[in-house]
Ligand binder design. Structure first.
Ligand SMILES: NC(=O)c1ccc[n+]([C@@H]2O[C@H](COP(=O)([O-])OP(=O)(O)OC[C@H]3O[C@@H](n4cnc5c(N)ncnc54)[C@H](OP(=O)(O)O)[C@@H]3O)[C@@H](O)[C@H]2O)c1
Length: 213
């Protein structure tokens, strides 16, 4: 029998896959990065702190090779004084290309693995085999679209900043919806305004469950 899961990855059907939360920051017009690729500081400092709390609560964080290279994030969970929180998730970079070993994600602040696949189910199967039960997808638009298309996003947490870009990357790329009646709908479980004293407040919207297409 041939191995249906390239690279020797665990069969994702053999055990429950991890719970997947897709978290992203976007402007009011749904942009997750400007046209020059920059996306840092779309969110307010308070929204960023909230993201670090989310990171510390999950077993693994996934980004794509593109985001790891362009943004060079540390992907650690840190407090407001930039100190590491006690619990650090596994850092996962998903994608086929070779990465610069000097990237921050390869520092010794937390464990990191690169999963050389573009298939969400294969990556989730590997993470399940490592004992991960919850995953935070900090995807750029391409990776987020792949997870939505695969029907493996259980929860969405969107940080919406009161800014307009007018151009740039959308929060999510095409994942197969061509008409409004096919739009993915989620049940809103929470809307919270974050920050607001000395900074522009951001709105955090949590959707769940997010039905598979
Ligand atoms: N605002 C936010 O919350 C946020 C969050 C993250 C990123 N961003 C921004 O998003 C931009 C990057 O987005 P992006 O869409 O170009 O990249 P991306 O979604 O980060 O990932 C694209 C890369 O992921 C790999 N990959 C993994 N699975 C894939 C799949 N199923 N299909 C296609 N590619 C897959 C590919 O790399 P290989 O060629 O190596 O396979 C591909 O080049 C950056 O500007 C970043 O700043 C914003």
């Amino acid at each position: 029998m041939t191995d249906a899961f390239p690279g020797g990855a665990a069969d994702p059907r053999a055990r429950p896959r991890p719970h997947v939360t897709w978290s992203f920051a976007a402007t009011l017009d749904g942009r997750s990065a400007a046209s020059d690729g920059t996306s840092r500081w779309i969110s307010s400092p308070a929204a960023l702190r909230d993201t670090h709390r989310l990171r510390s609560e999950c077993d693994a964080i996934i980004v794509a090779t593109e985001t790891a290279s362009i943004d060079n994030p540390a992907l650690t969970a840190r407090d407001e004084l930039d100190r590491p929180l006690p619990r650090q998730p596994l850092r996962v970079v998903m994608g086929l290309r070779d990465l610069d070993p000097g990237l921050q994600v390869f520092d010794d602040a937390a464990e990191t693995v690169q999963i050389r696949t573009r298939e969400p189910l294969v990556a989730l199967g590997e993470l399940a085999a490592r004992g991960c039960r919850s995953v935070l997808l900090e995807g750029g638009p391409t990776l987020a679209a792949a997870f939505l298309r695969a029907g493996v996003v259980d929860e969405v947490i969107a940080y919406i900043a009161p800014k307009l870009l007018g151009a740039g990357r959308p929060a999510v790329a095409d994942f197969g919806v061509s008409t409004i009646s096919e739009a993915l709908a989620g049940q809103v479980s929470d809307i919270t305004i974050i920050g607001g004293h000395d900074e522009a407040p951001n709105v955090r919207i949590t959707l769940r469950p997010f039905p598979a297409i």
